[in-house]
Design a protein around this ligand. Structure first.
Ligand code: URA
Length: 252
């Protein structure tokens, strides 16, 4: 929630992505207007919904404090990193959003994984979704090279051990959709987790798409590369487990 009033220099540096000292300097130079009036006192308390402009560029005072959270249908070939020398990065898809450089991917999908990816400037929310401590479920649609065996369901549920990992994986839910397609739900979010789970049972993932985080489903009206802000109630859904996982492992 925005506070009712805030200091002008604080609002200016947040909204226009400046250090406090640069914001103070520009305000003192007479470049800042509040509700159309030039203000040169950086410590002035202004209403959080006041219209402020800096050198002609307009924004409401509390706009810079609002947290942004978007759902993206991640396209193949994009890297979840702030920068990369060889491949396009997901964050640049958001270049028309104000202050997009402050936004980060919520967890990482591999370069060739598509589907539901959240992008936000809310560090606390990011931590809660990615930390294994909060047990947020992530559900993937995996297509494999070889036929998926019914026996794998119990192996995934028990917790598999991959030769390149020191510790066993926590239980994972495997729901077979067809011979070579399954839904896999995990909570840890370890490096290449779904691909490695299938390696443990001598199979190979050839296509991977994330469909859910918690009970929030990828909006299938979004084509790859499209995004939209999360709507009311959708943040809560991130923390409700995917139903079949909850039925299998939590309601005992
Ligand atoms: N598991 C993987 O193997 N890759 C991803 O991108 C996400 C989960």
């Amino acid at each position: 929630m925005a506070k009712d009033t805030l200091r002008l220099d604080k609002a200016v540096c947040h909204n226009f992505d400046l250090t406090r000292s640069v914001a103070v300097k520009l305000i003192r130079q007479g470049l800042c207007e509040v509700e159309g009036e030039v203000v040169t006192d950086p410590s002035l308390k202004i209403a959080s919904n006041a219209a402020i402009s800096l050198d002609g560029c307009q924004m409401s005072a509390d706009e810079g404090f609002k947290k942004q959270i978007y759902m993206l249908n991640k396209p193949d070939g994009y890297v979840c990193a702030d920068r990369d020398n060889n491949n396009p990065v997901v964050i640049n898809i958001f270049s028309d959003i104000p202050k997009f450089t402050k936004m980060h991917c919520v967890g990482r999908l591999d370069i060739d994984t598509t589907g539901l990816l959240l992008v936000t400037d809310d560090g606390d929310l990011n931590h809660q979704i990615t930390s294994p401590k909060y047990l947020v479920t992530k559900t993937y649609l995996a297509t494999t090279k070889d036929k998926i065996s019914e026996k794998d369901i119990a192996l995934f549920a028990k917790g598999l051990k991959h030769p390149e990992e020191k510790s066993r994986y926590k239980e994972a839910l495997l729901e077979i959709v067809s011979d070579n397609v399954a839904l896999v739900t995990v909570t840890e979010g370890r490096f290449h987790e779904v691909k490695r789970l299938f390696e443990c049972v001598d199979n190979e993932v050839i296509e991977l798409k994330r469909l859910y985080i918690g009970s929030l489903c990828l909006d299938e009206t979004l084509s790859e590369g499209d995004y939209r802000p999360l709507e009311d109630g959708e943040i809560e859904k991130l923390f409700e487990p995917y139903k079949a996982y909850s039925d299998a492992f939590l309601k005992k």
